[in-house]
Design a protein around this ligand. Structure first.
Ligand SMILES: *[C@@H]1O[C@H](CO)[C@@H](O)[C@H](O)[C@H]1NC(C)=O
Ligand SMILES: *[C@@H]1O[C@H](CO)[C@@H](O)[C@H](O)[C@H]1NC(C)=O
Ligand SMILES: *[C@@H]1O[C@H](CO)[C@@H](O)[C@H](O)[C@H]1NC(C)=O
Ligand SMILES: *[C@@H]1O[C@H](CO)[C@@H](O)[C@H](O)[C@H]1NC(C)=O
Ligand SMILES: *[C@@H]1O[C@H](CO)[C@@H](O)[C@H](O)[C@H]1NC(C)=O
Ligand SMILES: *[C@@H]1O[C@H](CO)[C@@H](O)[C@H](O)[C@H]1NC(C)=O
Ligand SMILES: *[C@@H]1O[C@H](CO)[C@@H](O)[C@H](O)[C@H]1NC(C)=O
Ligand SMILES: *[C@@H]1O[C@H](CO)[C@@H](O)[C@H](O)[C@H]1NC(C)=O
Ligand SMILES: *[C@@H]1O[C@H](CO)[C@@H](O)[C@H](O)[C@H]1NC(C)=O
Ligand SMILES: *[C@@H]1O[C@H](CO)[C@@H](O)[C@H](O)[C@H]1NC(C)=O
Ligand SMILES: [Cu+2]
Length: 583
């Protein structure tokens, strides 16, 4: 049984010293720029829009007719007020992915967790403050599969006068990955849930909504990034794809990772990025000093480890060097160079890449890793089977449905939001007996048990305010091992350890990195392995935790934490806003 050891490395010493030097400059400005923040207002009208991709036109759900949706630009410390008006036939909710939502849980967005959906003709104003975060996040629909087309960037700039802890880029460019179906995605998931089989695969991946030149009938539908020689660009990478982790690489250029999930990282250079759905990564790209005689594809395709087939196509945007207009003709003839991406199931690349991600962890941006742990949990995550509903025929083995679970519990979505039920103490919506450990011990990553059936329930774990939690997420090989990007709402967590095989509670904790672990909101549970995370439950509310592969969420790979109020006034969740949608 191998493991990947995360430790503090002295090779980062130079970076740390350099950043400490900058610190004095920054802190003097921090005092001057004692800003209370402003309120920024956005209007989101959910409406249908006709869009053509891959030579086929379909009507998709959009915000304000835009695809991808509008960019939210804000600053650390600001308040946001986003009015969402639903003018489509579907129920809608919007989630502000990665925003901490400190004591504003009513604005988090997952349907039937923190709110009932915004029904046709209704509106809801999401009000929250951006506290202690800066970098790239994104917003997306959080109901059924509507996030297939309802997503857009959230850009959080540092407070006024506070520089980045890396050289100021010449330009900043969001690069949003998506996944495109020619078919109606609501029909795709509804059909799969009826038959108990895997949903139809997507037809393409997209960059900023465009599939790019490697697809038939898409040469013109390519995102072009025009760069000037010698300039440095900050690419704000967002994986908004529904079901696929992605590798991303730019031909003949290296990338320097500087931030992940709105947390600054120790910078490191790489040719390829791995980014799971739900993750964001900021990278610096420096253009060559001269005009090369080529343009360069910026390509992405899946990292796929599971048993199922997947969309193995490649999306690409094009990096072009700006030329003067007289040379325009010449430029169109330039060859397009392609990057070399890792093989689809390159587990060892994934492990190496993830072990390079470290928090900046300096005095300005400390890594407040919980050291004393109040509660420890071990959750298995993976696939399984459920009985076919009465009067239905299912396509799983022996008339079963394929499903997924955490600790063998496949989550059942309630009819009323968990947070409402918790706040008003209505019984019968959820129980508080979510298993703290796997109900049956087995060789999680070895030969699966004979019985592949799962149980069902709306189970939660209740945590007193400020509990420090250590959670080990353990993949299983039931139906097939697979990397699962687990996303936690309401918190960032520290990734203190990861490894292959089964977690060893005797020997693995000694190898945890408690010095500069990466802090984030979504982590890939290694295929056939485990990951250990730590967080402090300092945010009262009902917080969803689920696989960010939407198909697995549909199958039940989700659960929720209930975090109780603290004793102080500023440790309590305020009552719901008066316009909170009703069920
Ligand atoms: C899914 O694919 C099958 C086989 O190609 C096709 O018959 C079916 O119509 C597709 N479903 C949807 C919702 O597009
Ligand atoms: C693209 O079109 C060509 C020619 O029609 C066809 O042979 C090929 O299979 C298509 N490729 C894809 C990925 O659909
Ligand atoms: C791109 O990289 C390839 C492989 O390293 C190299 O052969 C080629 O010269 C490079 N081209 C340019 C224009 O940088
Ligand atoms: C680029 O191509 C032009 C025209 O073919 C040629 O004159 C020039 O020398 C080339 N430049 C480089 C750097 O290869
Ligand atoms: C993609 O998958 C299809 C169907 O499984 C297969 O025929 C094709 O060879 C694969 N393409 C690549 C590039 O792996
Ligand atoms: C299906 O049922 C048969 C007969 O009861 C059993 O032998 C087999 O193990 C079952 N398959 C699965 C995947 O449960
Ligand atoms: C679990 O299964 C794996 C893979 O078959 C094997 O290498 C390992 O020894 C098993 N572990 C235990 C504790 O049986
Ligand atoms: C999961 O729960 C089902 C239903 O209670 C049970 O039959 C099965 O043995 C459990 N499996 C595991 C691995 O806990
Ligand atoms: C939470 O607990 C930690 C560790 O015991 C303590 O340092 C901190 O002050 C507590 N925070 C609150 C808000 O109570
Ligand atoms: C929309 O949400 C309401 C409130 O939860 C629910 O009663 C209704 O069934 C939902 N409609 C659909 C189409 O899911
Ligand atoms: Cu998953």
């Amino acid at each position: 049984m191998g493991y990947i050891w995360l430790t503090h490395s002295s090779s980062y010493l130079y970076t740390t010293l350099f950043l400490l030097l900058c610190t004095c400059l920054v802190s003097s400005k921090l005092v001057v720029a004692k800003h209370t923040g402003i309120t920024r207002r956005y209007n989101f009208e959910v409406k249908m829009q006709s869009v053509t991709r891959l030579c086929q036109t379909k009507s998709i759900v959009t915000i304000n007719g835009q695809f991808p949706g509008p960019k939210i630009v804000t600053r650390e410390g600001d308040r946001l007020e986003i009015t969402v008006v639903n003018n489509v036939k579907y129920n809608v909710t919007i989630h502000w992915h990665g925003i901490r939502q400190l004591r504003s849980g009513w604005a988090d967005g997952p349907a039937y967790v923190t709110q009932c959906p915004i029904q046709t003709g209704q509106k809801y104003v999401y009000r929250f403050r951006v506290t202690g975060q800066r970098g790239t996040l994104f917003w997306h629909a959080h109901i059924s599969w509507l996030r297939a087309t309802l997503y857009g960037p959230i850009i959080i700039l540092p407070k006024h006068g506070v520089p980045y802890p890396f050289p100021q880029p010449y330009k900043e460019v969001p690069i949003v990955f998506g996944e495109w179906w020619k078919a109606d995605t609501e029909l795709v998931i509804n059909q799969a849930m009826k038959t108990g089989s895997a949903p139809n695969l997507s037809d393409a991946f997209t960059v900023n909504g465009l599939p790019g030149p490697l697809y038939n009938c898409s040469t013109k539908d390519a995102f072009k990034l025009k760069v000037k020689p010698g300039k440095t660009y900050l690419l704000r990478l967002i994986n908004a794809a529904l079901n696929d982790e992605l590798f991303f690489s730019v031909a003949n250029h290296t990338l320097t990772v500087v931030e992940a999930d709105a947390i600054y990282t120790k910078p490191f250079t790489t040719n390829t990025i791995l980014i799971t759905p739900g993750q964001t990564t900021n990278v610096l790209l420096t253009a060559k000093n001269h005009h090369p005689n080529a343009s360069f594809l910026m390509a992405a395709r899946p990292y796929a480890t599971g048993p199922a087939t997947f969309d193995n196509t490649t999306t690409a945007a094009i990096l072009v060097y700006a030329r003067n207009p007289s040379q325009k003709h010449e430029h169109t003839k330039l060859p397009q160079l392609k990057p070399k991406l890792p093989f689809f199931n390159d587990i060892s690349f994934a492990a190496k890449f993830n072990s390079k991600l470290r928090s900046l962890a300096n005095s300005n941006f400390p890594a407040n890793v919980p050291k004393k742990i109040d509660r420890r949990f071990l959750f298995t995550v993976g696939l399984g089977l459920l009985p076919c509903p009465k009067h239905q025929t299912c396509q799983g083995p022996n008339n079963t449905m394929i499903a997924a679970a955490v600790n063998n519990v496949s989550y059942v979505q309630p009819k009323i939001a968990l947070l409402q039920s918790h706040f008003f103490q209505t019984n019968g919506v959820f129980t508080t007996d979510f298993p703290k450990n796997p109900p049956f011990k087995f060789n999680y990553t070895g030969t699966p048990p004979k019985n592949l059936m799962l149980s069902r329930g709306t189970k939660t774990i209740v945590l007193p305010f400020n509990t420090s939690v250590e959670l080990v997420l353990q993949d299983t090989s039931i139906i097939g091992a697979e990397s699962h990007p687990l996303h936690l709402h309401g918190f960032n967590f520290f990734v203190v350890g990861q490894g292959v095989g089964n977690f060893d509670s005797k020997n693995d904790p000694a190898k945890f990195n408690l010095v500069d672990p990466i802090e984030r909101n979504t982590v890939g549970v290694p295929s056939g392995g485990w990951v250990a995370i730590r967080f402090r439950a300092d945010n009262p509310g009902a917080w969803f935790m689920h696989c960010h592969l939407e198909v697995h969420t549909s199958w039940g790979l989700k659960m929720a934490w209930i975090v109780q109020d603290g004793t102080e006034k500023n440790q309590k969740l305020p009552p719901p806003p008066s316009d909170l949608p009703k069920c």
